[in-house]
Design a protein around this ligand. Structure first.
Ligand code: PMV
Length: 330
């Protein structure tokens, strides 16, 4: 009734923004991501008949009611699948500061899905794990796999065909993602609320959904051909389109700060000097630069010199989520 699992975060190169069903957390569009080695979550779950409530420890501190309730609702799915009612003690650690505004829900829900399913005695396939993780957070469905990953939008009403598949193994391509941390504040509008607002108010929402299949198809092909220039171009295009959607919501969602904008210009000016580097940005102010290994040192130096950039974290392609020794202490 006890297990520990580790999952890595990921960065979407083709972005997910919008839900076709909010209750089941079904995406309105597919997405493609790169799993990141440098950012991970290790989570242990212990189902215990002596507990009256679920207890969540997050980075060595007791989590608040809101966070615990979100985790409890997720564990209910697993309890239902396993036909049991035991409450659980959950201990989750990120190797990066949660407050740093870096995506933690992807690695968190992938690690939780894996550890909790194992602790509950369920033996799930990666596909079933991805379906499960998706119900915690859309991006978590992708963190079940390492390498390059595609999340399928699916069309079934119950979400059974909305899961991630592997596009390429972790060792397929040596890519680097450099994260320029520009703020450590928690973002004011989370992704679920932001997506809801865009769907309701952006005049561009339907165009975004209608065009998404083209981007996915082009990215799949670029990955298959190892055409880095094409991958980079599509990655920037998707990020800017997603932010155009956020900006055109009402009230407009501005996830950037000054350093984010300056970082975009720096990446483009590096590119004009011949360096293979493109940017992407999630629902927050961190600027992420995608490049080939030979460009990493120069790009890191240039981003470190952008006023407002606090640190640059270098990530390589990360591995699959995995179960650690079931009795291993964190
Ligand atoms: O699934 P969530 O709630 O982590 O939302 C992810 C939204 C973006 O990070 C902005 C895009 C993406 O595909 O990861």
């Amino acid at each position: 009734m006890k297990a520990t699992a580790k999952a890595h975060s990921n960065i979407a190169l083709i972005k997910y923004w919008g839900k076709r069903d909010e209750r089941l957390n079904l995406p309105a569009v597919g997405s493609i991501s790169l799993t990141l080695d440098a950012l991970h979550t290790v989570t242990s779950v212990h189902f215990d008949s002596a507990l009256n409530d679920d207890e969540l420890i997050l980075n060595d501190e007791k989590a608040g009611d809101k966070e615990t309730a979100r985790i409890s609702a997720f564990l209910d799915l697993i309890r239902q699948m396993a036909g049991m009612t035991h409450k659980a003690r959950i201990n989750s650690q990120n190797n990066f500061p949660t407050a740093a505004g870096l995506a933690s829900s992807a690695s968190a829900f992938a690690a939780l899905a894996l550890a909790a399913a194992k602790a509950a005695g369920l033996s799930l396939s990666r596909k079933e794990l991805s379906v499960l993780a998706r119900q915690g957070s859309g991006s978590a469905a992708r963190s079940v796999y390492g390498g390059l990953v595609e999340m399928k939008r699916g069309s079934a009403a119950d979400g059974r065909d909305a899961y991630a598949v592997r596009l390429a193994e972790p060792d397929y391509w040596d890519l680097r993602l450099l994260i320029a941390v520009t703020s450590e504040a928690k973002k004011p509008v989370g992704s679920t609320a932001g997506m809801r607002l865009s769907e309701r108010t952006s005049p561009y929402y339907h165009a975004w959904v209608d065009n998404s299949e083209n981007d996915l198809q082009d990215m799949r092909q670029a990955v298959q051909q190892k055409d880095f220039e094409k991958v980079g171009e599509l990655c920037e295009f998707s990020a800017l389109k997603m932010h155009a959607l956020a900006l055109s919501s009402n009230p407009g969602l501005i996830y950037w700060n000054g350093a984010t904008v300056e970082g975009m210009h720096v990446v483009r000016s590096l590119r004009r000097t011949g360096l293979p580097v493109w940017f992407t940005i999630d629902a927050g102010p961190q600027l992420k630069a995608l490049c080939l290994p030979e460009a990493a040192a120069k790009v890191t130096e240039a981003l470190q010199n952008v006023p407002g950039v606090r640190q640059v974290i270098e990530c390589r392609t990360g591995p699959d989520a995995l179960v650690l020794n079931e009795e291993a202490p964190l």
